[in-house]
Design a binder for this molecule. Sequence first.
Ligand code: COA
Length: 371
Amino acid sequence: MTDPGHLKVPKGLAGISITDTRISKSAADGTLIYRGYPISEIAANAGFEETAYLILHGSLPSRNQLESFIAGLRERRNVPSTIIEMMRELGDEAHPIDVVRTAASALGSVDEEVSLVGRQMSLESKMSFLAANCHRVPRGERVRGPRGGLGFSDSLLHMLTRREASDYERWAFERVLILYMEHDLNASSFTVRVVASTLADPYAAASAGLAALKGPLHGGANEAAMEMLLKVGDPSKASEFLEKAFKDGKKIMGFGHRIYKEFDPRARLCKEYLREIGKRSSDDTLFRLCDAIEREMWERKKIAANLDFYAAPIFYSLGIEVPLYTPIFAASRIFGWMAHYNEQIEENKLIRPDSTYLGRSDLKYVPIGKR
Ligand code: COA
């Protein structure tokens, strides 16, 4: 049964453009553009909130615009106690990203914000608290709130670790968050657009985005990559580990990308941050281990490292617990998701594709006792 005008597209929509966008663009040659700016420009110069404003509004903010954006986020950062209690109720077996998703969804019922902008800012602001507390609170540990006066990135890092990070570590963490913020039509942003296209509210869209982020082929890859690095342990074991993984037909987490085939520009930047962190701490084992795996993967498979492969060891070096890596990704990507939400509803058309039916169409119903 094929409908006239029915267009068949490749599996996974690979290589298919399903919408116009002005937010960001990644390309096979390793370029990534945020609202007109090459990612290297932004990563070298911009702050987290500046970049978030750029992604959401399309241009870099003036000083006044930036101050009022920061104030808007800050005044919405307190998470209602009902949400915290609910997180606690989920118990210590709860997966952190499930906790964040459940909390973001429930926030839709209790948030007092009424305007669309207010609701989006509330989600953007509260997501960092949810990320920092999604592992602690269900385990019965004390809530860690944001420290007054700190910017978004410093505040998140402080909630995550409570340790005094060096200036370079804080700078590198902010860069990683910036690199996680937006990435055109990745699986979770596409999911957010599908939900937005039904005109559901931002909480529903964000919960759907969080659901898409959980799997190891998308957001969950940073945690899987770190677990792998810890398992390999030493650069001298890289070759043997990969040999066995290839023999067992396993995918190497933190490698490969639908768009980038030569290199992921975000991974290149993060590799340099990791190198520097290793140098400054006089322990470059993680850097050498990553480098050894990356070289071997390229030599043997021509598959490049992606952002998750180098973001994970940076988080680890900063003392952040592994189950928090995907929630941290979410705390940054929420800004990209909201930009996609807005772009979708501005020129909305319900996203409702077609399918090719391969089943039969001539069956007759047989009552249950006679089948
Ligand atoms: N390890 C080993 N082989 C890999 C691989 C990896 N990480 N990524 C891709 N490949 C291989 C596939 O096995 C496949 O080989 P085949 O043609 O012999 O079957 C080929 O490369 C194409 O991979 P495919 O999974 O079809 O590409 P895709 O564009 O659909 O997938 C990813 C992209 C990201 C899902 C994929 O590279 C992957 O699963 N990576 C690991 C998870 C990850 O790091 N995700 C974060 C992405 S930012």
